[in-house]
Design a protein around this ligand. Structure first.
Ligand code: SF4
Length: 411
């Protein structure tokens, strides 16, 4: 019989593989006694819709699972210690941590026990008790179990701020090979249920502020990268489809890391962290800079560069588009200039209503001049020519042009 502390150790550790809730592992000093001392176990940081960073208790209800997803350490055939919380235990842990000011909310996921509906009911039971019995006002992110009934999804969204159904792998073919019980059609059907219900609830709230909220912080998902040969082009195409169809707030890309005694179908090497980063940068470009997935890679070069950020790659390979005159060009053209972030584009558009911009104006805005000057015109700057240059070698310092890592996303 495991103690609550032992369960917490197992189920917080098991939850760390789900990246759909930003970073994890933050430490909080406790007095070392009782349940409240977390030692960092299961506490992650996430961002609420209003931009606040909140600490969440991030745990699984159970790491028992009837599915056998090859890439997952919790799969049924995995020889690991198992544990299961009762909903009441999770409620008490959440309240205890909350009262001690360790956390501001809960991220709760689970292995599939009995059936998707049964698992969803257990997760809902936690959220419902917190909201209705204990009047808990903190942030709640619940995993939406693919295949759970519409009624249960509806109820989950009434209690949770965010729901997330994980797509897991980029293509249906990948799922067939590595997660045979999972079907992209079922996962997407759950995403669709959330999107439709949220639209209805938002519409109701426009008519009456008394109408109940549904998953006010929207939905997110996670895609494991590097467990299969799926290319960045396929990953970004799937991402575009999911953002377009289901209005996802975020997609989290998690590089696969090998674990002891993993299935022989899995790669032996971890996906490079920089690949994750390039995918986040590309995701950012698609959501905020007007790029299409099909522009960021090509049929013949389906992988993102590991040595150069995708915006610079695009600019370097499209000399016909440049130089862009920041004093006259439309917003969507300035957005494509390397080294200029989307907030600075807004500032440039604002400033040029009053006066023409110079290099000095850009420097004051902290525009990355070294990166941007070859591609733009100001009143006192005209690049000589856009000469196509080769892709930089790995020794070139990596350019982290935008805050796009998993650590900076909202839940
Ligand atoms: S459903 Fe698959 S990915 Fe989820 S916990 Fe079970 S084995 Fe892991």
């Amino acid at each position: 019989m495991l103690t609550t502390q032992e369960k917490l150790e197992i189920l917080a550790d098991a939850a760390k593989y789900d990246a759909s809730c930003a970073s994890s592992g933050a430490k909080r000093a406790g007095n070392g006694k009782g349940i409240g001392h977390s030692d960092g176990m299961g506490i992650c940081h996430s961002y609420t819709p209003d931009g606040r960073c909140v600490s969440l208790l991030k745990i699984l209800l159970t790491n028992v699972c009837t599915y056998d997803c090859v890439f997952c350490v919790n799969r049924v055939s995995s020889d690991i210690r198992r544990a299961r919380f009762t909903p009441e235990e999770v409620v008490n842990l959440t309240l205890d941590f909350y009262k001690r000011n360790y956390i501001e909310g809960l991220f709760l996921s689970s292995g599939i026990i009995q059936s998707p509906d049964y698992t969803m009911e257990q997760l809902i039971s936690v959220a419902k008790q917190l909201r209705q019995v204990h009047n808990f006002g903190g942030y709640i992110h619940l995993k939406a179990i693919p295949g759970a009934s519409q009624l249960l999804i509806d109820e989950a969204g009434l209690h949770a701020d965010r729901l997330s159904a994980n797509i897991e792998l980029p293509t249906q073919q990948d799922l067939v090979q590595l997660a045979p019980e999972k079907k992209s059609a079922i996962i997407e059907s759950t995403m669709s249920q959330i999107a439709v219900r949220k639209d209805e609830a938002d519409e109701d709230r426009r008519k009456s502020s008394l109408a109940p909220k549904f998953a006010a912080a929207g939905q997110s998902t996670q895609m494991v990268v590097g467990a299969t040969p799926a290319t960045d082009r396929q990953i970004l195409t799937t991402a575009t489809h999911l953002y377009g169809q289901y209005k996802l707030r975020r997609i989290y890309y998690t590089g696969f890391s090998p674990y002891p005694e993993a299935d022989a179908r899995l790669p032996l090497k971890a996906a490079p962290l920089i690949r994750e980063h390039r995918l986040y940068q590309s995701d950012w470009l698609m959501r905020f800079y007007g790029f299409q997935a099909s522009e960021l890679t090509t049929e013949s070069q389906p992988e993102l560069s590991l040595t150069e950020d995708p915006k610079t790659t695009w600019a370097r390979t499209h000399p016909e588009f440049f130089p862009v005159d920041v004093n006259t060009a439309p917003r969507e053209s300035i957005l494509r200039v390397p080294g200029i972030g989307y907030r600075n584009v807004e500032r440039i558009l604002n400033i040029r209503k009053y006066h023409a911009l110079t290099r000095e104006d850009l420097r004051k805005l902290n525009v990355r001049l070294k990166q941007s000057l070859p591609y733009l015109i100001t009143t006192d700057h005209l690049p000589s020519s856009i000469i196509p240059t080769p892709e930089p070698t790995p020794e070139v310092q990596l350019d982290l042009f935008a805050p796009t890592s998993a650590l900076t996303g909202s839940v």
